[in-house]
Write a protein that binds this ligand. Structure first.
Ligand code: DC
Length: 220
C-alpha cells in the first residue's frame, strides 16, 4: 500500500501560501493543513492561561493538550470560535515566539502528521517539506518579493478597513523574514528537492494551477 500523498508548501509570511494551498486542496479534493494556525492557537491558549511564553515546558504542555478544531475556514479552541482572535498582531508576535521553542514544535508534530488522510493532504507552513513530511511527493517553496507581499497585505487590510502604511508593513515583513530565517529551530529555508515558485507576478489562481499541474504531471 502506498502512503497517502502529501503536497508540502512552505514559504515566508504573506507569500499567499494559504490562499494557494487551499485552492490546490480544493481542486484535488485533498485535505488542507494550516500549520501556522496551530502555532497561533498555542500562543492564544498560552496567553489566555497567563503562561510565560518563554517557559518552554509549560508552553509545550499547552501545545500537547491543545483542543483545536478546524471547520472549513473557522478555527475553534475548545468550543470557542477564535478565527479572528488568532490573526491579531499580538497573536502573530506570540506565535512567532512559541514557534521558536523546540519542545513546542515536537509537541505539535503528531497532530500535524495525523492530518495525512486519504485521499491526500496539502500542508502549508515553514517546515512541511523539511521536518513534518520529509517524504512528501511534491514540495514547493512559495515566495514573492517583499514589496509584492507588503502590497498584498496592504490591500487585504484596506479591504478590512484597517489603516496601515506600506512602508511600515514592508519593514515588518523584512523583520519577520529575518527572524524566521535566522532562528535555530526549523529556520525558514528552501529544502532540497523543493520546487521554487515565485509568485511576484502571478495571481493565487495561476500559482495554484502550476502546482496542480506539477502534481498531476508526476502522478497521472
Ligand atoms: O503562517 P503563519 O503566519 O500563520 O504562522 C504563524 C507563526 O508560526 C509564524 O511566526 C511562523 C510560525 N510557523 C512555524 O514556525 N512553522 C510552521 N510550520 C508554520 C508556522
Amino acid at each position: 500500500m502506498s502512503a497517502v500523498p502529501v503536497i508540502a508548501i512552505d514559504g515566508p509570511s504573506a507569500s499567499g501560501k494559504g490562499t494557494v494551498a487551499q485552492e490546490v486542496a480544493r481542486q484535488l479534493g485533498f485535505h488542507y493543513l494550516d500549520s501556522g494556525a496551530l502555532y497561533r492557537l498555542v500562543a492564544l491558549a498560552a496567553m489566555r492561561e497567563g503562561a510565560d511564553l518563554g517557559d518552554e515546558a509549560r508552553v509545550a504542555q499547552i501545545a500537547g493538550d491543545l483542543s483545536a478544531r478546524f471547520e472549513g475556514a473557522e478555527v475553534f479552541l475548545g468550543d470557542e470560535r477564535v478565527t479572528d482572535a488568532i490573526r491579531t498582531e499580538a497573536c502573530s508576535i506570540a506565535a512567532s515566539r512559541v514557534a521558536g521553542l523546540p519542545a513546542v514544535r515536537r509537541a505539535l508534530l503528531g497532530r500535524q502528521r495525523a492530518a495525512r488522510r486519504a485521499p491526500g493532504l496539502v500542508a502549508e507552513g515553514r517546515d512541511m517539506g523539511s521536518v513534518v513530511f520529509p517524504d512528501a511527493g511534491l514540495k514547493v517553496f512559495l515566495t514573492a518579493s517583499a514589496e509584492a507581499r507588503a502590497e498584498r497585505r496592504h490591500k487585504q487590510l484596506k479591504e478590512k478597513g484597517i489603516a496601515a502604511t506600506l512602508a511600515a508593513l514592508l519593514q515588518d515583513l523584512r523583520d519577520r523574514d529575518a527572524r524566521d530565517a535566522l532562528r535555530s529551530v526549523a529556520p525558514l529555508k528552501q529544502s532540497p528537492g523543493a520546487r521554487l515558485l515565485d509568485t511576484t507576478a502571478l495571481s493565487a489562481g495561476q500559482a495554484a494551477a502550476l502546482i496542480v499541474g506539477w502534481y498531476r504531471g508526476a502522478n497521472e
